[in-house]
Design a protein around this ligand. Structure first.
Ligand SMILES: [Zn+2]
Length: 93
């Protein structure tokens, strides 16, 4: 199910916001190639192993970026990147 794949516009924003990665080395292996996911993932707040959806439970939307060489994966907050603010004012230019 890929209803939440990034649009072309969102990919553009992502490429701009993560352009600094072209100079960044992987902390784990020193690799220099990164692959950004084309999907937004969610991290759910931990509730002692109980599944809690909605209510007071926080959800963090993230874009995983993986080192091509060793697989270390780092997460970028999709809200901070501004890719979830389509149609609203661009607060983080
Ligand atoms: Zn690596």
């Amino acid at each position: 199910m890929s209803d939440f794949k990034l649009t072309a516009e969102q990919k553009n924003i992502l490429a701009k916001k993560l352009s600094h990665l072209s100079k960044a080395s992987c902390q784990s292996c020193g690799g220099k190639e990164w692959i950004a996911s084309e999907n937004i993932f969610e991290m759910r707040e931990f509730h002692g192993g109980n599944l809690v959806i909605g209510g007071q439970s926080a959800i963090l939307p993230v874009i995983p970026v993986t080192c091509k060489k060793c697989g270390q994966t780092i997460f970028f907050n999709a809200l901070t990147l501004g890719i979830l603010n389509q149609g609203k004012e661009n607060e983080q230019k």
